[in-house]
Design a protein around this ligand. Structure first.
Ligand code: ACO
Length: 328
């Protein structure tokens, strides 16, 4: 039997006010509400304001998580932020969030795990608590993907949205907590989903901007195929590693990228539709924010309650993929 070492004691989320619907996108690119709904399940997504950045959404989600956990800023030992849309090249978005929270006892760091980033952050936080390096850890998944989305490319611009979700972890009590995590990467497939003009290799020059290298590029079909297999594998692995049976799972929260990938993941471990959390229709693919946003919504709506077991499964650029099982 697994004895958890860390547990989630509070969650929070933040989404920008501005909404971009499928019919808004019909006016920008050659697409249709019908195509977007049937291929992805997405109906609308939230878009950050021009002066709203990942650290703003991340800090807002963090403050809500701290209130729900009853944790003060000075108690935070680590702030771990999963994002591929940092405010600037450096310092980390975690450092900006630290300033916004005035959490100066914390070590602040970013993780670039794309859509799997929150699972990576959860694994790291759980390990730090297991190693007794920390007692209170804030983990955040946040993205402002709209700022790196090419709104002239219909194959990507209909898919992505902005948001943030956060969770606070503390040492486990009463058998509650992280039952297991599983993470993988395959860096040989980086070119199938990437943003080439964002770092030192293709710095922002007039030429690179003209080639639109500063936006997300995705080979959708190839990503789709790999995502279905990898998310299914990650779901199977977390059940094997924790000894959980699919009947033990109260809710499956898959990364919210595409309804067809979500359905395939649930089928792979035989989880009925009523135990699968879906909010992709409202937010689109928010990458690292997708799982913590969904987790917070499931908890705040009462769909998940203390004592319930939730399985999280994600896949993203890198490629990266992973899963976690948590008893709340
Ligand atoms: N509107 C209308 N038609 C479109 C659009 C659009 N927005 N986009 C593409 N099309 C067209 C294509 O041009 C193509 O036309 P063609 O056959 O004449 O060439 C046709 O629709 C079919 O395109 P496909 O790419 O085959 O469509 P598919 O069914 O594969 O769906 C999608 C595309 C939704 C992108 C899918 O491949 C997908 O979800 N991929 C995975 C995305 C994902 O999971 N990403 C996860 C990680 S994200 C991260 O880490 C940041």
């Amino acid at each position: 039997m697994i004895i958890p070492k860390s547990m989630i004691v509070g969650t929070g989320s933040a989404i920008p006010d501005k909404v971009l619907t499928n019919s808004d996108l019909e006016k920008i690119v050659d697409t249709s509400d019908e195509w977007i709904r049937t291929r992805s399940g997405i109906e609308k997504r939230h878009i950050a304001a021009d002066d709203q950045f990942s650290s703003d959404l991340g800090a807002e989600a963090a403050k809500k998580a701290m209130v729900s956990a009853g944790v003060a800023a000075e108690e935070l030992d680590y702030i771990i932020v999963a994002t591929i849309t940092p405010d600037v090249g450096f310092p980390s978005t975690a450092c900006f969030i630290q300033e916004k929270l005035a959490a100066y006892n914390a070590t602040a760091m970013d993780i670039a795990g794309a859509c799997t980033g929150f699972i990576y952050a959860l694994e790291l936080a759980d390990s730090l608590i297991q190693a007794q390096k920390a007692k209170t850890i804030l983990i955040i998944g946040v993205e402002t993907l709209s700022k790196v989305t090419d709104y002239t490319d219909r194959t990507t611009c209909v898919l992505f949205g902005d948001g943030a979700g956060a969770a606070i972890l503390k040492p486990a009590e009463n058998g509650r907590g992280v039952l297991g995590t599983y993470t993988k990467s395959n860096g040989s497939l980086h070119y199938l989903l990437h943003m080439p003009g964002y770092g030192t290799k293709n710095p922002p020059t007039l030429a690179s901007i003209e080639k639109r290298l500063n936006y997300i590029k995705m080979a959708g079909k190839e990503v789709f195929k790999f995502a279905v297999t990898a998310m299914g594998d990650a779901a199977v692995k977390i059940l094997e590693n924790t000894g959980l049976h699919n009947d033990d799972i109260d809710l499956l929260i898959p990364h919210q990228a595409n309804l067809r990938i979500i359905d395939a993941t649930a089928k792979r471990i035989n989880i009925p539709a009523d135990k699968v959390f879906v909010n992709v229709q409202n937010f689109g693919n928010t990458s690292a924010a997708s799982i913590p946003l969904a987790l917070d919504e499931a908890i705040s709506s009462g769909r998940l309650q203390q004592g319930n077991t939730v399985v999280l499964v994600a896949f993203g650029a890198g490629f990266t993929w992973g899963s976690a099982a948590v008893k709340l």
